[in-house]
Design a protein around this ligand. Structure first.
Ligand code: GDP
Length: 442
């Protein structure tokens, strides 16, 4: 996998701009050699060393800390050198120029992590978790990404793949060696293992769906008459200390979308109050975007003033609906209790907001999102869905048609699809597996 002839790449590892420190990272077979030329010598492996950084003509650029990680004990698995200079754009440009002058190539986006994957340092799901950790919008999402990065999600996927593989091998052995007289269609072992595969798969799908919610967030459409208390409900939901209320750039007036955090889940709120006709092109674009977001929204939150007449909601988007009966503090005996579709609250006192939070999470299928989650992506969910289909077809092949070959084939497909998640689709030597694990001919 590791290609020693590959280029040596270089790029700033810190964001553009000014800061106390700016890091330039080199990776590849010539990283040590090139960095050695950029300094008077190469520091000892893994020892922070104060060095002068020089340009191609030997002129001093800056003085900072150099770190050398010889292959394979580095982020990418290749030789890596990190130069910690002062964080100014010109300093980093000069360092970059020096490195390229000595033969390094400027890295492509994600290339360090791609090399880490290709060199087997991390798998595909972990590579994605690196990006998700950097981009996480909430603390819960960041912790979930760190958990995925540590391999928690990949380990679960891997143990599911093992379970599917060993079941397939068991089934194939029964087909290939009928003299063993395994009446596998009546075999309890097969059913037990199949049940186990299905239950692992179900658990993983739930975790992945929650993880995807944490990563991508949930879109909610807010509707209701003026003065029903929409803004007040929104502010309560946001909570004063965690609210990240941002005006969407490009719109000149009332916000159409706001981003808040609900129990760690990024919540995007589209406000229908802003959806009015206009001649202003910028405003029209804002409205167009808000309407587009509404199309893919997860839930409609309809805020109704309890003290007023109960208006029939009209012109509302066709989405799962949650009614928020607001201002219950003004009603002496609020008759209704919270249900899955209707929650009485007071945005003034905060009463009922625990119920509302729960109802929202339940309605968007993120009820179980909590500490301990992993991060996941739609790609993982798709793969798990497809794997579940194959397993289901496999069960049907077994139970309806008693077709062992078809079941084995479906399991093989499930295994391949699951392998896409971590990127380590293992090409196993099937017969070798059979002989070692099934004790044929004993
Ligand atoms: P919006 O037009 O739907 O966004 O409504 P606002 O959030 O601006 O609220 C309209 C008015 O109702 C304001 O004067 C709020 O203070 C008041 N209000 C909102 N929620 C409550 C509530 O739960 N109880 C009481 N008593 N007043 C509320």
């Amino acid at each position: 996998m590791y290609d020693p002839a590959s280029d040596t790449i270089v790029a700033p590892a810190t964001p553009a701009g000014r800061g106390g420190i700016g890091v330039l990272r080199l990776s590849g077979p010539r990283a040590g050699e090139i960095a050695g030329k950029m300094m008077s010598s190469l520091p000892a492996p893994r020892q922070a060393t104060l060095m002068w950084f020089l340009d191609h003509n030997g002129q001093q650029i800056d003085r900072g800390i150099a770190l050398y990680f010889p292959s394979p004990a580095s982020y990418t698995g290749e030789h890596v050198v990190e130069l910690q200079a002062h964080g100014g754009p010109v300093v980093l440009d000069l360092l970059l120029e020096a490195a390229t002058a000595y033969g390094a190539r400027v890295a492509e986006p994600g290339e360090f992590t791609r090399r880490a994957f290709l060199n087997g340092k991390i798998d595909l799901a972990q590579s994605e978790a690196v990006v998700d950790l950097i981009n996480s919008q909430t603390r819960t999402a960041a912790r979930a990404a760190a958990r995925s990065l540590s391999g928690r999600f990949s380990d679960d996927v891997h143990s599911l793949i093992q379970a599917v593989t060993s079941l397939r091998i068991y089934v194939e052995a029964a087909i290939d060696f009928p003299e063993e007289e395994v009446d596998f269609l009546a075999d309890v072992e097969i059913r037990t293992r199949l049940d186990d595969v299905e239950s692992q798969l179900a658990t993983l799908r739930r975790a992945a769906r929650d993880g995807q919610r944490l990563r991508d967030g949930v879109t909610l459409v807010l509707a209701g008459r003026p003065n029903a208390g929409k803004s007040s409900v929104l502010n309560r939901l946001a909570g004063s200390d965690v609210a990240i209320v941002t005006d969407r750039p490009g719109t000149t007036r009332d916000v159409l979308r706001e981003d808040i955090e609900l129990d760690g889940i990024p919540l995007r709120i589209v406000d229908t109050a802003g959806l009015r006709d206009s001649d202003d092109p910028i405003e029209m674009e804002g409205v167009r975007r808000a309407r587009a977001a509404m199309q893919s929204a997860d839930l409609l939150l309809h805020v109704v003033d309890m003290t007023g007449p109960n208006p029939q909601a009209t012109d509302l988007p066709d989405l799962p609906l949650l009614t928020v009966l607001n201002k219950k503090d003004l009603v002496t005996n609020p008759s209704s209790d919270a249900t899955d579709t209707c929650v009485p609250v007071s945005a003034l006192t905060g009463a009922g907001f625990d119920d509302l939070t729960r109802a929202i999470k339940r309605a968007v299928g993120a009820e179980t999102v909590a500490e301990g989650n992993v991060i996941a992506r739609t790609r993982h969910l798709d793969a798990l869905d497809r794997a579940a289909e194959h397993v289901e077809l496999g069960r049907r092949a077994l139970e309806v048609e008693a077709a062992g070959e078809i079941m084995a084939e479906e399991l093989r497909q499930a295994q391949n699809v699951l392998g896409e998640i971590t990127g380590r689709i293992t090409s196993d030597d099937l017969l070798g597996h059979i002989f070692s694990s099934f004790c044929i001919g004993k």
